[in-house]
Design a protein around this ligand. Sequence first.
Ligand SMILES: Cc1cc2nc3c(=O)[nH]c(=O)nc-3n(C[C@H](O)[C@H](O)[C@H](O)COP(=O)(O)OP(=O)(O)OC[C@H]3O[C@@H](n4cnc5c(N)ncnc54)[C@H](O)[C@@H]3O)c2cc1C
Length: 531
Amino acid sequence: MTQTSFATHEVLNQSPPFEDVDLFALDRRLVDAVAANGGASAAKELSEFGKHWGSAAMAARGRVANENTPKLRTFDSRGNRRDEVEFHPAYHELMAHSAHAGVHNSTWTAQGKPAGGAAEVVRAAKFYIAAQVETGHLCPITMTRASVAALAAKPGLLAKTMPVIATRAYDPSFAPWWTKRGMTLGMGMTEKQGGTDVRSNMTRAEPDGDAYRITGHKWFMSAPMCDAFLVLAQADEGLTCFFMPRFKPDGSVNAIQFQRLKDKLGNRSNASSEVEFNGAYAECVGDEGKGIRTIIQMVQLTRQDCAIASAGLMRSGLAHALHHARHRSVFQKHLADQPLMQAVLSDMALHVEASIALVMRLCRSFDRAPDDANEAAFMRLLTPAIKYWVCKSAPGFLYEAMECLGGNGYVEEGILARHYRESPVNAIWEGSGNVMCLDVLRALSREADAAGAVAGAARGGGCAQQGVATSGGIVRSDPACGGPPQHVRRRRPRQRGYKEPAATGAAMISTEASLPGLTRQSIPSEESCEE
Ligand SMILES: Cc1cc2nc3c(=O)[nH]c(=O)nc-3n(C[C@H](O)[C@H](O)[C@H](O)COP(=O)(O)OP(=O)(O)OC[C@H]3O[C@@H](n4cnc5c(N)ncnc54)[C@H](O)[C@@H]3O)c2cc1C
């Protein structure tokens, strides 16, 4: 209960908390985008999810999990290694609620095949809603979901792990994965000398019977209490993907030794470790020397989630700004009735509408890609373009949302300060901005069908066209709503190379093909896929 009466004053003209709302039903653009992309029959389920995640109790869990950050327990009191990270109970509760709703696995069948139907769209709606409440715990949730795509390169291992991945239980116990009710997976690619250029990885893999011993380090490895990690290391044939569990097959703890946790700008409920592998047990996933080709299957899905989460963060910023403006009076009028504030809020609303339309259209392509080559090409080209555009626009957008709340937006009791600190990370990890631009170029140069598929989707209208057209307009018209930075905006799209580029990001990027020095040889990320 809050106290509104003080000895010196009454508390007046403050907006009530934006809590105990249905984050699905309240969001008309989300409801429409889910329906337009095949998910209409999930409306009831999504509304239940939206009410649950829109509750005051879930908001409190999000706040507490970020105020009480994870702690690394390297040793016990007797000097034995523990290498465990302790999280606040609120973090575990968030994980349990997401797992219970299948956010970590519902795009797969129990056998690890794509679930089909509108599974991607429905799960994306949940991910987008959960991101409005707490994003840190979504790191292991997204990596677990995405890991299945890489594990597919080793069918025997996929068959063994899927029964544990496919449950909707969250089991935080520190125990071998095969004894648990549910499991989570992470990934370790980035080393001190290079994150984008993973070919520079120095971590080595030595064969040891049917398995390998891995020796080396990772400079960033998030969610260290995951039950297993997909890790890149150099084997005899080159960079290779490995499945590295926390426990060895004999049940003893694997040689995964955490050095420290990162002190991060945001994403604070999630732990991100620096780690050494001291001859750690691991199994090869995919062929030796094909590590990037294997792990890129996982990364494609985590890139998709970066865009979904950033759209969710922006939707939350908009919802809080609108809610406040409808309750707060300034100069005898609600802020929502002040013409200049209406202009700001309208631009923000259009930006969110464009983002959700784009993201949900992208998710439809993930649903349909296994059976439709055009959708597969659309997915391949637009995943980096949409990740680039949506994630890049989030920090500027959230700054604008904070400002709509005035000083209340800037303080830590509200959620917007946390969203603002969180927002840059989606652009940085899973392929930073430039890397996404180069990846679009690579897709265009390798897969001629991709541009045609995107142009076809734009001609076909519907959500994609609506979203792209709207978003492009906003980016050009209103710097305040958080479009790409100036250096990108100056490169205005020109029609060249392929016709009717539908995505604003892709169009801007396509012009860069003519920049001196930007040749195929300078496209690093997936040249390595030629391995
Ligand atoms: C909170 C957090 C958690 C993370 N968790 C994980 C994890 O769990 N597992 C993991 O493996 N990694 C993780 N990372 C690491 C992250 O994926 C990398 O930081 C990211 O891939 C960038 O790599 P880098 O830091 O080495 O930067 P660099 O690769 O050095 O890139 C620096 C900049 O250069 C740009 N750049 C790169 N190549 C080119 C080029 N050819 N032309 C022009 N510009 C270029 C990039 O876009 C970037 O802006 C995490 C990072 C953060 C911040």
